[in-house]
Design a binder for this molecule. Structure first.
Ligand SMILES: Nc1nc2c(ncn2[C@@H]2O[C@H](COP(=O)(O)OP(=O)(O)OP(=O)(O)O)[C@@H](O)[C@H]2O)c(=O)[nH]1
Ligand SMILES: [Mg+2]
Length: 374
Protein backbone atom coordinates (compact mmCIF):
# COMPACT_ATOMS: atom_id res chain seq x y z
CA UNK A 1 0.00 0.00 0.00
CA UNK A 2 3.02 2.26 0.35
CA UNK A 3 2.70 3.56 -3.19
CA UNK A 4 -0.91 4.50 -2.64
CA UNK A 5 -0.86 5.89 0.88
CA UNK A 6 -3.91 7.87 1.68
CA UNK A 7 -3.19 11.52 2.09
CA UNK A 8 -4.27 14.36 4.31
CA UNK A 9 -3.95 17.97 3.21
CA UNK A 10 -3.27 20.76 5.70
CA UNK A 11 -5.27 23.80 4.66
CA UNK A 12 -6.20 27.18 6.13
CA UNK A 13 -5.74 30.93 5.71
CA UNK A 14 -2.19 32.27 5.29
CA UNK A 15 -0.06 32.56 8.44
CA UNK A 16 -2.19 30.33 10.64
CA UNK A 17 0.63 27.83 11.31
CA UNK A 18 0.11 25.18 8.61
CA UNK A 19 3.79 24.84 7.72
CA UNK A 20 4.77 24.97 11.38
CA UNK A 21 2.47 22.01 12.02
CA UNK A 22 3.64 20.17 8.90
CA UNK A 23 7.30 20.66 9.80
CA UNK A 24 6.66 19.48 13.34
CA UNK A 25 5.15 16.29 11.89
CA UNK A 26 8.26 15.75 9.79
CA UNK A 27 10.67 16.55 12.60
CA UNK A 28 8.87 14.03 14.78
CA UNK A 29 9.16 11.52 11.97
CA UNK A 30 12.89 12.08 11.56
CA UNK A 31 13.35 11.71 15.32
CA UNK A 32 11.40 8.44 15.34
CA UNK A 33 12.66 6.99 12.12
CA UNK A 34 15.85 5.39 13.40
CA UNK A 35 14.94 2.05 11.86
CA UNK A 36 12.62 3.18 9.14
CA UNK A 37 13.55 5.08 6.01
CA UNK A 38 12.12 8.56 6.09
CA UNK A 39 10.75 9.75 2.82
CA UNK A 40 9.84 13.14 1.50
CA UNK A 41 8.29 12.81 -1.93
CA UNK A 42 8.25 16.51 -2.62
CA UNK A 43 9.14 19.43 -0.36
CA UNK A 44 5.54 19.71 0.74
CA UNK A 45 4.71 16.02 1.07
CA UNK A 46 5.75 13.95 4.04
CA UNK A 47 5.20 10.32 4.97
CA UNK A 48 4.47 10.08 8.66
CA UNK A 49 4.27 7.04 10.94
CA UNK A 50 0.98 6.46 12.68
CA UNK A 51 1.78 6.21 16.39
CA UNK A 52 0.60 2.88 17.76
CA UNK A 53 1.68 1.53 21.15
CA UNK A 54 0.53 -1.93 20.14
CA UNK A 55 3.58 -2.40 17.88
CA UNK A 56 5.87 -2.18 20.87
CA UNK A 57 3.84 -4.71 22.84
CA UNK A 58 3.70 -7.10 19.90
CA UNK A 59 7.47 -6.90 19.53
CA UNK A 60 7.84 -7.93 23.17
CA UNK A 61 5.55 -10.90 22.64
CA UNK A 62 7.52 -11.94 19.55
CA UNK A 63 10.73 -11.71 21.60
CA UNK A 64 9.22 -13.89 24.30
CA UNK A 65 8.16 -16.50 21.83
CA UNK A 66 11.15 -16.50 19.45
CA UNK A 67 14.01 -15.28 21.65
CA UNK A 68 15.77 -11.96 21.99
CA UNK A 69 18.24 -12.42 19.18
CA UNK A 70 19.08 -14.57 16.25
CA UNK A 71 22.81 -14.45 15.61
CA UNK A 72 23.72 -10.80 15.52
CA UNK A 73 20.20 -9.72 14.69
CA UNK A 74 17.66 -8.49 17.16
CA UNK A 75 14.21 -10.03 17.08
CA UNK A 76 11.96 -8.84 15.54
CA UNK A 77 14.28 -7.62 12.83
CA UNK A 78 11.93 -4.88 11.73
CA UNK A 79 9.04 -2.98 13.24
CA UNK A 80 7.00 -1.21 10.60
CA UNK A 81 4.20 1.17 11.50
CA UNK A 82 1.32 2.25 9.30
CA UNK A 83 1.90 5.54 7.51
CA UNK A 84 -0.11 8.47 6.26
CA UNK A 85 0.94 11.13 3.75
CA UNK A 86 0.65 14.74 4.79
CA UNK A 87 0.53 17.61 2.31
CA UNK A 88 1.40 21.16 3.28
CA UNK A 89 -0.85 23.26 1.11
CA UNK A 90 -0.23 27.00 0.70
CA UNK A 91 -2.64 29.46 2.30
CA UNK A 92 -6.09 29.85 0.85
CA UNK A 93 -7.49 33.37 0.67
CA UNK A 94 -10.95 34.81 0.39
CA UNK A 95 -11.97 34.78 -3.26
CA UNK A 96 -9.83 31.71 -4.06
CA UNK A 97 -12.78 30.09 -5.79
CA UNK A 98 -12.84 33.13 -8.10
CA UNK A 99 -9.13 32.69 -8.81
CA UNK A 100 -7.93 35.16 -6.12
CA UNK A 101 -4.39 34.58 -4.92
CA UNK A 102 -3.32 31.34 -6.53
CA UNK A 103 -6.88 30.20 -5.93
CA UNK A 104 -7.47 27.54 -8.52
CA UNK A 105 -4.07 26.01 -8.04
CA UNK A 106 -4.59 25.69 -4.28
CA UNK A 107 -8.03 24.25 -4.73
CA UNK A 108 -6.71 21.66 -7.15
CA UNK A 109 -4.14 20.59 -4.56
CA UNK A 110 -6.92 20.13 -2.05
CA UNK A 111 -8.85 18.10 -4.59
CA UNK A 112 -6.02 15.54 -4.66
CA UNK A 113 -6.09 14.67 -0.98
CA UNK A 114 -8.38 12.15 0.71
CA UNK A 115 -9.03 14.14 3.88
CA UNK A 116 -8.48 17.65 5.17
CA UNK A 117 -7.02 19.19 8.28
CA UNK A 118 -8.11 22.78 8.58
CA UNK A 119 -5.77 24.83 10.73
CA UNK A 120 -7.46 27.74 12.45
CA UNK A 121 -5.56 30.57 14.09
CA UNK A 122 -6.44 31.23 17.70
CA UNK A 123 -3.00 32.35 18.87
CA UNK A 124 -2.29 36.01 19.46
CA UNK A 125 0.90 37.42 18.04
CA UNK A 126 1.01 40.99 16.80
CA UNK A 127 4.16 40.10 14.93
CA UNK A 128 2.31 37.67 12.69
CA UNK A 129 -0.07 39.28 10.23
CA UNK A 130 -3.62 37.98 10.14
CA UNK A 131 -4.76 37.59 6.60
CA UNK A 132 -8.29 38.88 6.29
CA UNK A 133 -9.84 37.54 9.44
CA UNK A 134 -10.09 38.45 13.09
CA UNK A 135 -11.61 35.47 14.88
CA UNK A 136 -11.21 31.70 14.63
CA UNK A 137 -14.90 31.35 13.75
CA UNK A 138 -14.46 33.86 10.97
CA UNK A 139 -11.38 31.96 9.72
CA UNK A 140 -13.37 28.77 9.42
CA UNK A 141 -16.20 30.53 7.67
CA UNK A 142 -13.92 32.10 5.07
CA UNK A 143 -12.23 28.79 4.29
CA UNK A 144 -15.42 26.75 4.24
CA UNK A 145 -17.11 29.35 2.05
CA UNK A 146 -14.35 29.07 -0.52
CA UNK A 147 -14.60 25.29 -0.53
CA UNK A 148 -18.37 25.52 -0.87
CA UNK A 149 -18.16 28.04 -3.73
CA UNK A 150 -15.63 25.87 -5.56
CA UNK A 151 -17.95 22.87 -5.19
CA UNK A 152 -20.93 24.88 -6.38
CA UNK A 153 -19.01 25.74 -9.53
CA UNK A 154 -18.20 22.08 -10.24
CA UNK A 155 -21.74 21.05 -9.45
CA UNK A 156 -23.44 23.70 -11.57
CA UNK A 157 -21.25 22.81 -14.50
CA UNK A 158 -22.03 19.14 -14.00
CA UNK A 159 -25.78 19.63 -13.74
CA UNK A 160 -25.77 21.67 -16.94
CA UNK A 161 -23.93 18.92 -18.84
CA UNK A 162 -25.87 16.13 -17.25
CA UNK A 163 -29.37 17.38 -18.10
CA UNK A 164 -29.25 16.36 -21.78
CA UNK A 165 -27.59 13.08 -20.86
CA UNK A 166 -30.33 12.23 -18.40
CA UNK A 167 -33.01 12.99 -21.00
CA UNK A 168 -31.32 10.54 -23.36
CA UNK A 169 -30.73 7.81 -20.81
CA UNK A 170 -33.08 7.75 -17.86
CA UNK A 171 -31.52 4.83 -16.00
CA UNK A 172 -32.15 4.49 -12.25
CA UNK A 173 -28.53 5.42 -11.60
CA UNK A 174 -28.70 8.51 -13.75
CA UNK A 175 -31.94 9.60 -12.12
CA UNK A 176 -30.42 9.09 -8.69
CA UNK A 177 -27.34 11.02 -9.72
CA UNK A 178 -29.39 14.04 -10.64
CA UNK A 179 -31.28 13.80 -7.36
CA UNK A 180 -28.02 13.79 -5.45
CA UNK A 181 -26.63 16.68 -7.46
CA UNK A 182 -29.73 18.73 -6.64
CA UNK A 183 -29.68 17.77 -2.96
CA UNK A 184 -26.05 18.70 -2.60
CA UNK A 185 -26.52 21.94 -4.49
CA UNK A 186 -29.27 22.90 -2.08
CA UNK A 187 -27.03 22.20 0.92
CA UNK A 188 -24.15 24.18 -0.52
CA UNK A 189 -26.51 27.06 -1.31
CA UNK A 190 -27.42 27.08 2.36
CA UNK A 191 -23.75 27.35 3.25
CA UNK A 192 -23.45 23.76 4.44
CA UNK A 193 -20.73 21.26 3.60
CA UNK A 194 -21.64 18.35 1.34
CA UNK A 195 -20.33 16.01 4.03
CA UNK A 196 -23.36 16.89 6.17
CA UNK A 197 -25.44 14.75 3.80
CA UNK A 198 -25.63 11.11 4.83
CA UNK A 199 -24.80 9.01 1.80
CA UNK A 200 -24.80 5.26 1.45
CA UNK A 201 -22.03 3.46 -0.35
CA UNK A 202 -23.84 3.35 -3.68
CA UNK A 203 -24.70 7.07 -3.57
CA UNK A 204 -21.06 7.75 -2.84
CA UNK A 205 -19.89 5.87 -5.91
CA UNK A 206 -22.41 7.76 -8.05
CA UNK A 207 -20.98 11.16 -7.17
CA UNK A 208 -17.38 10.15 -6.60
CA UNK A 209 -16.15 11.50 -9.92
CA UNK A 210 -17.16 15.04 -8.92
CA UNK A 211 -14.45 14.90 -6.29
CA UNK A 212 -16.17 17.50 -4.15
CA UNK A 213 -13.97 19.34 -1.67
CA UNK A 214 -16.63 19.62 1.00
CA UNK A 215 -17.39 15.91 0.84
CA UNK A 216 -13.91 15.08 2.11
CA UNK A 217 -13.64 14.21 5.78
CA UNK A 218 -12.29 17.18 7.71
CA UNK A 219 -10.91 17.90 11.15
CA UNK A 220 -10.13 21.25 12.69
CA UNK A 221 -6.85 22.01 14.39
CA UNK A 222 -7.20 25.09 16.56
CA UNK A 223 -3.78 26.65 16.90
CA UNK A 224 -3.98 28.22 20.34
CA UNK A 225 -1.68 30.23 22.61
CA UNK A 226 0.79 28.39 24.77
CA UNK A 227 -0.89 29.81 27.88
CA UNK A 228 -4.22 28.23 26.98
CA UNK A 229 -2.80 24.76 26.46
CA UNK A 230 -3.36 23.32 29.90
CA UNK A 231 -7.03 24.29 30.08
CA UNK A 232 -7.93 23.59 26.47
CA UNK A 233 -6.15 20.28 26.25
CA UNK A 234 -8.04 19.09 29.30
CA UNK A 235 -11.31 20.29 27.86
CA UNK A 236 -10.42 18.72 24.59
CA UNK A 237 -9.58 15.47 26.27
CA UNK A 238 -13.06 15.25 27.69
CA UNK A 239 -14.97 16.51 24.75
CA UNK A 240 -17.17 14.29 22.66
CA UNK A 241 -16.30 16.27 19.55
CA UNK A 242 -13.44 14.24 18.15
CA UNK A 243 -13.22 16.41 15.05
CA UNK A 244 -11.50 19.31 16.79
CA UNK A 245 -7.98 19.28 18.16
CA UNK A 246 -6.51 22.11 20.22
CA UNK A 247 -2.76 22.51 20.09
CA UNK A 248 0.02 25.03 19.75
CA UNK A 249 1.87 24.43 16.50
CA UNK A 250 4.85 26.29 17.87
CA UNK A 251 5.03 24.13 21.01
CA UNK A 252 4.49 20.94 19.01
CA UNK A 253 7.38 22.01 16.83
CA UNK A 254 9.60 22.45 19.90
CA UNK A 255 8.46 19.14 21.38
CA UNK A 256 9.14 17.24 18.20
CA UNK A 257 12.83 18.09 18.28
CA UNK A 258 13.28 16.87 21.87
CA UNK A 259 14.11 13.35 22.98
CA UNK A 260 11.11 11.34 24.15
CA UNK A 261 12.09 11.80 27.77
CA UNK A 262 12.66 15.55 27.52
CA UNK A 263 9.50 15.95 25.54
CA UNK A 264 7.48 14.17 28.23
CA UNK A 265 8.97 16.34 30.95
CA UNK A 266 8.25 19.50 28.98
CA UNK A 267 4.69 18.40 28.27
CA UNK A 268 4.12 17.87 31.96
CA UNK A 269 5.53 21.28 32.75
CA UNK A 270 3.16 23.10 30.41
CA UNK A 271 0.20 20.88 31.16
CA UNK A 272 -0.25 18.92 27.95
CA UNK A 273 -1.76 15.47 28.49
CA UNK A 274 -1.21 14.04 25.05
CA UNK A 275 1.04 14.92 22.13
CA UNK A 276 -0.96 17.12 19.76
CA UNK A 277 0.85 15.64 16.79
CA UNK A 278 0.01 12.07 17.77
CA UNK A 279 -3.57 13.13 18.05
CA UNK A 280 -3.52 14.82 14.65
CA UNK A 281 -2.09 11.71 13.00
CA UNK A 282 -4.40 9.24 14.73
CA UNK A 283 -7.51 11.33 14.16
CA UNK A 284 -6.48 11.82 10.55
CA UNK A 285 -6.07 8.08 10.11
CA UNK A 286 -9.46 7.56 11.68
CA UNK A 287 -11.38 10.06 9.54
CA UNK A 288 -9.86 8.47 6.47
CA UNK A 289 -11.98 5.47 7.47
CA UNK A 290 -8.93 3.32 8.08
CA UNK A 291 -8.07 0.63 10.57
CA UNK A 292 -5.06 -1.49 11.33
CA UNK A 293 -4.30 -5.16 11.38
CA UNK A 294 -0.97 -6.71 12.31
CA UNK A 295 1.34 -9.40 11.17
CA UNK A 296 3.91 -10.41 13.74
CA UNK A 297 6.85 -12.77 13.52
CA UNK A 298 10.59 -12.85 14.15
CA UNK A 299 11.38 -11.13 10.86
CA UNK A 300 8.86 -8.36 11.09
CA UNK A 301 6.15 -6.85 13.20
CA UNK A 302 4.04 -4.72 10.93
CA UNK A 303 0.91 -2.61 11.00
CA UNK A 304 -1.13 -2.81 7.80
CA UNK A 305 -3.74 -0.35 6.73
CA UNK A 306 -7.18 -1.32 5.47
CA UNK A 307 -10.51 0.38 5.03
CA UNK A 308 -12.95 -0.22 7.85
CA UNK A 309 -15.26 -3.03 6.82
CA UNK A 310 -12.65 -4.88 4.73
CA UNK A 311 -12.95 -8.66 4.62
CA UNK A 312 -10.10 -11.09 5.23
CA UNK A 313 -9.16 -11.68 1.57
CA UNK A 314 -9.06 -7.93 0.81
CA UNK A 315 -6.85 -7.42 3.83
CA UNK A 316 -4.59 -10.23 2.61
CA UNK A 317 -4.40 -8.45 -0.73
CA UNK A 318 -2.84 -5.43 0.94
CA UNK A 319 0.13 -7.63 1.86
CA UNK A 320 0.35 -9.26 -1.53
CA UNK A 321 -2.07 -9.65 -4.44
CA UNK A 322 -1.25 -13.41 -4.50
CA UNK A 323 -2.54 -13.65 -0.94
CA UNK A 324 -5.91 -12.36 -2.02
CA UNK A 325 -6.18 -14.54 -5.13
CA UNK A 326 -5.04 -17.68 -3.37
CA UNK A 327 -6.74 -16.93 -0.07
CA UNK A 328 -7.66 -20.05 1.90
CA UNK A 329 -8.14 -18.85 5.44
CA UNK A 330 -6.82 -16.51 8.07
CA UNK A 331 -5.62 -17.43 11.52
CA UNK A 332 -6.77 -14.53 13.63
CA UNK A 333 -6.40 -13.40 17.21
CA UNK A 334 -7.37 -10.04 18.60
CA UNK A 335 -4.54 -7.90 19.90
CA UNK A 336 -6.11 -7.88 23.37
CA UNK A 337 -6.41 -11.67 23.51
CA UNK A 338 -2.84 -12.10 22.38
CA UNK A 339 -1.53 -9.68 24.98
CA UNK A 340 -3.59 -11.14 27.80
CA UNK A 341 -2.38 -14.66 26.90
CA UNK A 342 1.20 -13.47 26.65
CA UNK A 343 1.81 -15.23 23.34
CA UNK A 344 0.48 -17.53 20.62
CA UNK A 345 1.25 -20.78 22.42
CA UNK A 346 -0.89 -19.88 25.42
CA UNK A 347 -3.54 -18.35 23.26
CA UNK A 348 -3.81 -21.53 21.25
CA UNK A 349 -4.12 -23.63 24.41
CA UNK A 350 -6.92 -21.34 25.54
CA UNK A 351 -8.65 -21.69 22.18
CA UNK A 352 -8.30 -18.00 21.38
CA UNK A 353 -6.82 -18.48 17.92
CA UNK A 354 -9.58 -18.50 15.35
CA UNK A 355 -9.61 -19.77 11.80
CA UNK A 356 -11.63 -17.35 9.69
CA UNK A 357 -12.82 -17.68 6.11
CA UNK A 358 -13.35 -15.35 3.20
CA UNK A 359 -16.39 -13.61 4.65
CA UNK A 360 -14.73 -12.57 7.87
CA UNK A 361 -14.91 -8.82 8.42
CA UNK A 362 -11.59 -7.64 9.83
CA UNK A 363 -11.53 -5.86 13.17
CA UNK A 364 -9.10 -3.20 14.24
CA UNK A 365 -6.15 -4.79 15.99
CA UNK A 366 -6.49 -8.27 14.53
CA UNK A 367 -3.20 -10.14 14.48
CA UNK A 368 -3.26 -12.36 11.43
CA UNK A 369 -1.50 -15.14 9.66
CA UNK A 370 -2.79 -16.00 6.21
CA UNK A 371 -2.99 -19.36 4.54
CA UNK A 372 -3.04 -19.22 0.81
CA UNK A 373 -2.11 -21.22 -2.26
CA UNK A 374 -0.72 -19.90 -5.50
N1 LIG B 1 2.89 32.69 18.47
C1 LIG B 1 2.74 31.70 17.62
N2 LIG B 1 3.16 31.87 16.37
C2 LIG B 1 3.01 30.87 15.49
C3 LIG B 1 2.40 29.62 15.85
N3 LIG B 1 2.36 28.84 14.75
C4 LIG B 1 2.92 29.54 13.78
N4 LIG B 1 3.32 30.77 14.20
C5 LIG B 1 3.99 31.79 13.44
O1 LIG B 1 3.14 32.25 12.40
C6 LIG B 1 3.90 32.53 11.23
C7 LIG B 1 3.30 31.74 10.08
O2 LIG B 1 3.45 30.36 10.34
P1 LIG B 1 3.43 29.29 9.16
O3 LIG B 1 3.46 27.98 9.78
O4 LIG B 1 4.46 29.60 8.14
O5 LIG B 1 2.00 29.62 8.56
P2 LIG B 1 1.30 29.01 7.25
O6 LIG B 1 -0.10 28.79 7.63
O7 LIG B 1 2.08 27.89 6.71
O8 LIG B 1 1.38 30.27 6.26
P3 LIG B 1 1.30 30.27 4.64
O9 LIG B 1 2.07 29.10 4.13
O10 LIG B 1 1.89 31.59 4.29
O11 LIG B 1 -0.14 30.20 4.30
C8 LIG B 1 5.33 32.14 11.53
O12 LIG B 1 6.02 33.32 11.87
C9 LIG B 1 5.20 31.23 12.75
O13 LIG B 1 6.33 31.28 13.56
C10 LIG B 1 1.98 29.47 17.20
O14 LIG B 1 1.46 28.43 17.61
N5 LIG B 1 2.18 30.53 18.03
MG1 LIG C 1 2.95 27.54 4.78
Amino acid sequence: MSSSNLSIGIIGLPNVGKSTLFNALLKRQVALAANYPFATIEPNVGIVDVPDERLQKLSEIVKNEYGQRKGDREIPEKVVPAVVNFYDIAGLVKGASQGEGLGNQFLSHIREVDAIIQVVRAFTDDGVIRAGSTTPENDMEIINTELILADLQSLNKRIEHFEPELRKSKTPDNTRKMELYQQIRKLLDEGKLASTLELNEHDNTLIKDLNLLTLKPMIYVINIDEDDLSTKSIQNHNTIDDKTIYLSARIESELSSLSEEDSKAYMKEIGIIESGLDKVIRTGYDILGLQTFFTAGPKEVKAWTIKKGSKAPQAAGVIHTDFERGFISAEVISYEDLVSSGGWKNAKDKGLLRIEGKNYVMRDGDVVEYRFSV
